[in-house]
Write a protein that binds this ligand. Structure first.
Ligand SMILES: NC(=O)C1=CN([C@@H]2O[C@H](COP(=O)(O)OP(=O)(O)OC[C@H]3O[C@@H](n4cnc5c(N)ncnc54)[C@H](OP(=O)(O)O)[C@@H]3O)[C@@H](O)[C@H]2O)C=CC1
Ligand SMILES: [Cu+2]
Length: 454
């Protein structure tokens, strides 16, 4: 008869339950049906449910739906979770998958999944799938969106959820116990976390140098000589800000490594953690470097358009050709080009797909040796530029270039420190420290030789 027939059908395909018939519930139900699962929706109004529900799914009240499956996806906002409390009996021993996200970080004292577990202590709560969107679920997993993260206390419950995820075409990563849920709930809210500090530095430096140069070059000229050269803001000023910020950020990218080496040298051991600020700084070196590359790129573009500018074309002067100036001008341009070429190489090798193909030694050769060489070339390029500009020009006074000198201090310091580090005797000591051969460390305190950072 009819009933036997439907029982047989449900016996063949494993049944999964979805609470909530909203956007996410419907998309998830559709994917589950397509993957060959039987889907039972649990809804507050099972009889007046919308026509949007995927074809082939059953809709029941929450209690009845819960009894029909072992695995229940909770596609309902956290605010409404208390409807589950009266269902405690039906939910006993079931696996509840918490899919929920919050609108902002630390919106609630405990993670949504932990809250759910406290409401329904008899069930096994698994956090997961919350990094997907309803939209991507409907379209099926794409390359960029294949990974789902799960966590929970019970291994069996997680296994059951992972099996479903794999059948839906995702790869699931078990992140551990339910205490990780908060971290998973923060994932969708993250906004370029490693980029935040480098971006702030870039914006801060750009703004500072922009206003400094605005006052120094344009307002100063206007006040003292009542000369209006405000048009220079667009290209000349931008083309000063870009290389300055780029050079400083490149130095900031190499400074922490140098500082870390000196710290190890001073402490005489590698078995102690770096201070927090240094750790954080080391972790955003890649972003600092890439932003520096971006500014260098802008500087190149701005420089390339100089010959087609009206202003340059207009003051097409005819003076005596000076060989020395020509040499100096060409060398500084050439150094800039070489520096930029290496800069681009550094940027390319920092891409995960490229750096994965390099051995550790190749990677550190490029990022450290060639990196410092890049810094050296760019610094030399800047020095030569200044020499051309200030020393050989009669219109400039000795006090003209403080802004320019300012941006040279940092790279020069980094390079000098690096030079000190690669002198043979210091280098040998550092190698000894890094290989863990410390003077009598084992005799002093055996614990000293236990690495703190595994
Ligand atoms: N939409 C998305 O792309 C994603 C959503 N999520 C999470 O999934 C959850 C659901 O999101 P979404 O589907 O977009 O939300 P919707 O508002 O579209 O749907 C929520 C559903 O929950 C049910 N519901 C609402 N109020 C109550 C209540 N008081 N008691 C019981 N059930 C109720 C309703 O189903 P019914 O009327 O059938 O009872 C409703 O359709 C949220 O926690 C969200 O953070 C996570 C990742 C992505
Ligand atoms: Cu330059």
């Amino acid at each position: 008869t009819q009933k036997d027939h439907s029982d047989l059908a449900s016996f063949q395909s494993e049944r999964v339950c979805v609470f909530g018939t909203g956007d996410l519930g419907r998309s998830l139900g559709l994917r589950l049906l397509q993957a060959g699962y039987g889907v039972v929706f649990g809804s507050r109004r099972p009889h007046s449910s919308s026509s949007l529900l995927p074809h082939g799914a059953q809709v029941l009240g929450h209690a009845a739906a819960a009894q029909s499956a072992h695995l229940i996806f909770i596609a309902v906002q956290r605010e409404h979770y208390d409807f589950l409390v009266p269902l405690a009996n039906q939910l006993k021993g079931k696996v509840l998958v918490d899919l929920s996200n919050n609108l902002k970080k630390n919106q609630y004292p405990e993670a949504n999944a932990e809250y759910l577990q406290s409401l329904v202590p008899g069930a096994e709560v698994v956090k997961g799938f919350n990094t997907l969107s309803a939209w991507s679920l409907q379209n099926g997993p794409s390359d960029a969106n294949r990974q789902v993260y799960i966590c929970g206390e019970s291994v069996e419950a997680k296994q059951a959820v992972i099996a479903v995820a794999i059948k839906l075409g995702f790869s699931a990563l078990d992140r551990g116990f339910l205490s990780v849920a908060r971290e998973l709930e923060d994932f969708p809210l993250q906004l370029f976390p490693q980029w935040r500090l480098p971006l702030r530095i870039a914006i801060g430096l750009s703004a500072a140098f922009f206003f400094y140069l605005l006052i120094r070059d344009i307002i100063y000229a206007y006040v003292t000589q009542s000369k209006d050269i405000s048009f220079r803001i667009m290209v000349s000023l931008a083309n000063k800000v870009c290389p300055i910020v780029s050079l400083i950020m490149l130095s900031l990218c190499y400074l922490p490594g140098v500082l870390a080496s000196f710290l190890q040298l001073y402490r005489g051991t590698k078995y102690r953690r770096f201070p927090d600020w240094l750790d954080r700084w080391m972790l955003c070196r890649k972003q600092l470097g890439l932003l520096a590359l971006g500014f260098a790129f802008l500087h190149v573009l701005y420089t390339l358009i100089i010959p087609i500018r009206y202003y340059v074309w207009f003051k097409n002067r005819t003076t005596q050709f000076d060989m020395t100036t020509a040499w100096r001008g060409d060398s500084y341009l050439s150094l800039g080009i070489l520096g930029f070429g290496l800069y681009v190489l550094l940027g390319i090798t920092s891409l995960p797909s490229v750096s994965n193909a390099l051995s550790w030694r190749e990677f550190s050769f490029i990022q450290s040796k060639l990196g410092h060489l890049t810094l050296l070339l760019c610094t030399a390029h800047t020095y030569l530029y200044g020499w051309n500009r200030f020393l050989s020009s009669s219109t400039y006074k000795w006090y003209t270039p403080p802004g320019y000198m300012l941006c040279l201090v940092l790279p020069s310091v980094v390079l000098l420190l690096k030079l000190l580090l690669i002198t043979p005797c210091v280098d040998r000591t550092i190698t000894r420290i890094r290989q863990g051969w410390e003077r009598g460390a084992d005799q002093r305190n055996p614990k000293d030789s236990q690495p703190l950072i595994p």
